[in-house]
Write a protein that binds this ligand. Sequence first.
Ligand SMILES: NC(=O)c1ccc[n+]([C@@H]2O[C@H](COP(=O)([O-])OP(=O)(O)OC[C@H]3O[C@@H](n4cnc5c(N)ncnc54)[C@H](O)[C@@H]3O)[C@@H](O)[C@H]2O)c1
Length: 370
Amino acid sequence: MKERSLLITGGLGFLGSWTVEEAVRRGYKVIVVDALTYAANPENLSSLKVKFVVPSVRHLWGVLRVEDRRAFPVSDPPNYDGYGRVEDVEREVEEFLSSPLDALVILASVEDYELMKRLMPYVEGVIHLAAETHVDRSIEDAWDFVRAEILGFYSTVDAFRRVKGREGRFLLVSTDEVLGEVMEGALDETAPLMPRNPYAAAKSSQEHFAQSYINTYGLPITIVRPTNAYGPRQHPEKFVPKIIINALRGLPIPVYGDGRQRRVWIYAPDVARGIMDIYERGNFPDIYHIGSMDELENLALVRKILRMMGKGEDLITFVEDRPGHDRRYSLNWEKMRRLGWYPKVGLDEGLLRTIEYYAERYANRPSVRR
Ligand SMILES: NC(=O)c1ccc[n+]([C@@H]2O[C@H](COP(=O)([O-])OP(=O)(O)OC[C@H]3O[C@@H](n4cnc5c(N)ncnc54)[C@H](O)[C@@H]3O)[C@@H](O)[C@H]2O)c1
């Protein structure tokens, strides 16, 4: 086994890419497995020295299909080097580990069990983020969530069990949504799982499998539940980017129901730092909540962003509420404080950086009020 090498799944996505960067900053060489779904963006790793590879023609077809319907403006598409056969992945990985590169990105699904087993001997640990993540899509049709979350997690964690067993560390990134609606106070890590939408149910299934593997095989799996993350690189379909992009374009900003749903917001790089702090200093197995003090109603968040962008509230448009929409999530994250972690970027500064990011990509720079 090579020292300080990590497998990070879903590393071309929003939180995944911030986690890959944070790991590289801490001296890890990172192998990413990402299926390049509509939510992935190769540009997210543009600050790093990266090689992209596609395991086979089968995977390449997937990549081409996805490239066709990308939502992101990708300024500099990467070169995809095909290596043909899954057996050749070992050669790719060995070359990568002795190279000056920061990351090797394998464009494949984590459901590829053979691939996952072949990668395990080369890494000391796994951080699993690959998932379908948009609640609205899961309400429309949850098949992709069942595949990515349940089959994908099973393939990854079982490859880990078979190859690494009790050696190494496995960190599963779950979500606050598995605990369901919390009308008062904040739930700590001992609260029972109460998923209330199909996305949360799929994420809870991951946690059930993880707990069963800890109990049955004694595996070192730790679960992390972050609250709502925002920041640069998030897919435009998500709430914060949608507010900003629509405001930039003078389009209506849809607010579900009465807009009084409460969420706790945290800047994505702070989550990535939390994930890596847990990976390096946390207990295995265990559960950790990652939260912040920035709790506000959705409508208040929209108003705040509009104010910062110098836009009027006339863009706010109330639309029919999401079915089963949870009113409030809230995590007690005292345990992370004890680990020495706390969020460094407050909501005002984080939103400012986020607005600047989308303004650069989606419009001429707006005047941003601090
Ligand atoms: N963003 C948040 O607010 C938040 C909060 C709590 C937890 N999480 C969790 O963090 C993780 C990452 O969330 P995100 O917001 O960065 O998501 P994202 O949608 O931005 O990125 C997901 C990434 O996973 C990849 N992926 C999907 N299916 C895959 C598969 N079968 N094989 C390999 N790669 C696959 C996608 O291509 C994409 O790059 C998820 O597990 C999510 O449940 C996110």
